[in-house]
Design a protein around this ligand. Structure first.
Ligand SMILES: [Cu+2]
Length: 302
């Protein structure tokens, strides 16, 4: 009976863990995946929950059968081992049932993968380039209008100074304006994106393989030299979304965070125009009236 108490406690703890994993609300000590802020991330979350529940039910059946066999048919109760070794009907069932379960899981997963790859009808394009150890962002267009805005986004100065060997600086004192600890999480220039806009990403690497990953967007994409991966996002809520390089790329792999700042489309457009004017003064009518007479002049892309 003492042993049964131990097993019972174990079962209750396991059930408690499953419940905690299944809880969808964001909370301190949240264990489950976050649903994110895009259609793709919601779809990934639903796939995850489907798999989780299928696994939970399979676990319950398998462990339930195992515990019944262990307790009800134990030697001390006079159980005698069976002598048969094959049962074609049982083997057929336990081959076909897992195949059906895998098909049930693969069908929606494939649908989501196909929709993630559908970059047509995007409203703007951003090129992401992975470097050792920073990210390059190029804003290629907004609708029909081409843009030539480009910048490098790297670890914020305070984190960078603090991380140096024997810097003597306290990582706990690296904080943002809201007082949150942002040690190794902030960058000097975030990737600004508009909300409610289908943004296409073309992602590549300049030296070694990196991987661009912001969990709230629902996907990650390898940044491979010589190869261009494309995917898309459409962020529903303004906010700051953080990510990391997700492919070991050298000694400072852990020091190239990603920060996406999602703002309403009007605010984004104003920011993008301002960046365009600042980076390409010769091509901007306001800064150089001469350019107004020759609107076809190719903007310099310094
Ligand atoms: Cu990396």
């Amino acid at each position: 009976m003492r042993n049964f108490g131990k097993w019972g406690l174990g079962t209750v703890l396991m059930a408690g863990c499953s419940w905690a994993f299944a809880a969808a609300e964001r909370a301190p000590w949240q264990l489950n995946m976050h649903p994110g802020v895009t259609q793709t991330s919601h779809e990934a979350y639903q796939l995850h929950m489907l798999s989780l529940w299928i696994c939970a039910v399979i676990g319950l059946i398998v462990f339930g059968a195992m515990f019944i066999a262990m307790f009800k048919f134990r030697k001390s109760k006079g159980a005698v081992a069976a002598t048969w070794s094959h049962n074609t009907v049982a083997e057929t069932i336990w081959t076909i049932v897992p195949i059906l379960i895998l098909v049930v899981m693969a069908y929606p997963a494939t649908k989501v993968l196909i929709s993630e790859a559908y970059t047509n009808e995007s409203q703007m394009t951003v090129k992401v380039t992975g470097y050792q150890w920073k990210w390059g962002y190029d804003y290629v267009n907004w609708g029909d209008k081409p843009y030539h805005v480009r910048f490098i986004s790297k670890l914020a100065g305070d984190s960078d100074r603090t991380r140096q060997l024997r810097s003597g600086l306290d990582p706990n004192s690296v904080k943002n304006a809201q007082g949150e600890n942002t040690y190794l999480l902030d960058v000097d220039k975030p990737l600004v994106l508009p909300t409610n806009t289908k943004v296409r990403f073309v992602i590549t690497g300049d030296d070694v393989i990196h991987s661009w990953w912001v969990p709230a967007l629902g996907w990650k994409s390898d940044a491979i030299p010589g190869i261009i991966n494309d995917t898309w996002t459409n962020i529903s809520e303004p906010g700051i979304y953080r990510g990391q390089c997700a492919e070991l790329c050298g000694q400072d792999h852990g020091f190239m965070p990603i920060v996406v700042k999602a703002v309403p489309p009007e605010e984004f457009k104003a920011w993008l125009d301002q960046q365009e004017a600042a980076q390409n003064p010769s091509a901007t009518p306001a800064a150089a009236p001469v350019a107004q007479q020759t609107p076809t002049a190719a903007p310099s892309n310094g």
